[in-house]
Design a protein around this ligand. Structure first.
Ligand code: SF4
Length: 314
């Protein structure tokens, strides 16, 4: 066994999974058609090609022996639940191994399926909700409605499965009102933790072509997906909403979500339950406020640059 691999395993950091976490793939591709999603459109394809349930179970049994210190396994397939009969079969087989695991899922499973997966050791779903606006969900071909998302989330709460929900700001056609709707939707869903990203129209995606044809790129060279310091930038903007406003809304989204009694109490509870988690949450909190301050500074710099360019003589 490679000790280097083990030391890396110990130092692995994850905001959502129990550490040490081991991440692995059981298949490639996603049949969903989300217009913004990089992986199926550029690398993995839309056909979900999978290893058999038995092959996965055998590997997991081997992993359990090889890495006894791992507290959680994460199936990083684009959508592990895209082939439900197989996902259920894997869950049945993993239940016998007594492992804790988590995976990516769409928000469209029923209670019985979620319950069965929970019984097989599932702890957490990583779920892309993306937006709280029904029209945006249609525009991006999410293929899941808000009602389905609500039902799925309630079923997970009922079954005791934790959710890390992801949202994207700046999808077509975002407005101040749709951002507000997404924030309120996230608050209503009230999942354990969230991640808020900015739409990133990569070449090769349908979103990129739409942005090009509709003139949603602020800059014609389309290179501003990242700031120099590595922070994600909003490269799209719409007639009613500037890229700066979209960028700024990320922090507002986080504040309005986390600075409420329920999430704060949830976080405190997990900190009281486990000393390691307590240290981790404190570090994450520090990193979060530091990164938000850096984003504000980036935004102020960008606004100054825009003002200077506008004020410069022709
Ligand atoms: S369901 Fe998830 S992985 Fe599949 S295309 Fe949509 S965003 Fe991408």
């Amino acid at each position: 066994m490679c000790t280097g691999a083990i030391s890396r395993l110990r130092s692995t950091s994850s905001a959502t999974c129990c550490i040490p976490t081991l991440s692995l793939y059981t298949g490639r591709g996603c049949p969903a058609q989300c217009t913004f999603c990089l992986w199926p459109q550029t690398i993995g394809g839309h056909k979900y090609r999978v290893r058999s349930a038995q092959n996965v179970a055998d590997e997991m049994a081997y992993m359990k022996r090889l890495f006894p210190q791992v507290r959680e396994f994460f199936f990083d397939d684009d959508t592990f639940t895209a082939n439900l009969p197989r996902a259920r079969e894997i869950a049945r087989k993993l239940g016998a191994l007594g492992l804790t695991w988590s995976c990516n899922s769409r928000a469209n499973l029923d209670y019985d399926t979620i319950r069965q997966m929970k019984d097989g050791g599932l702890r957490l779903f990583l779920v892309g909700y993306e937006s709280g606006n029904e029209q945006i969900l249609k525009n991006i071909k999410k293929g899941v409605t808000k009602d389905e998302m609500r039902r799925f989330t309630r079923a997970c709460h009922q079954a005791g499965v934790v959710i890390h929900g992801t949202f994207v700001l700046g999808l077509p056609v975002e407005t101040r009102e749709t951002i507000e709707e997404s924030i309120r939707f996230a608050q209503d869903l009230d999942v354990f933790s969230i991640q808020v990203s900015l739409a990133a129209p990569y070449p090769g995606t349908e979103l990129y072509e739409q942005a090009r044809l509709n003139g949603w790129f602020r800059q014609t060279d389309k290179t501003d997906i990242l700031h120099d310091d590595g922070f994600q930038d909003s490269s799209l903007e719409y007639p009613e909403l500037s890229k700066e406003e979209i960028f700024e809304a990320v922090e507002r989204f986080y504040h309005r979500y986390y600075l409420r009694p329920k999430p704060i109490l949830r976080i405190i509870r997990t900190m009281l339950e486990d000393k390691d988690v307590c240290v981790r949450r404190l570090r994450e909190g520090y990193e979060f406020f530091k990164s938000m301050a850096q984003r504000r500074s980036d935004l102020a710099t960008a606004r100054r640059a825009t003002t200077q360019t506008t004020a410069a003589p022709a």
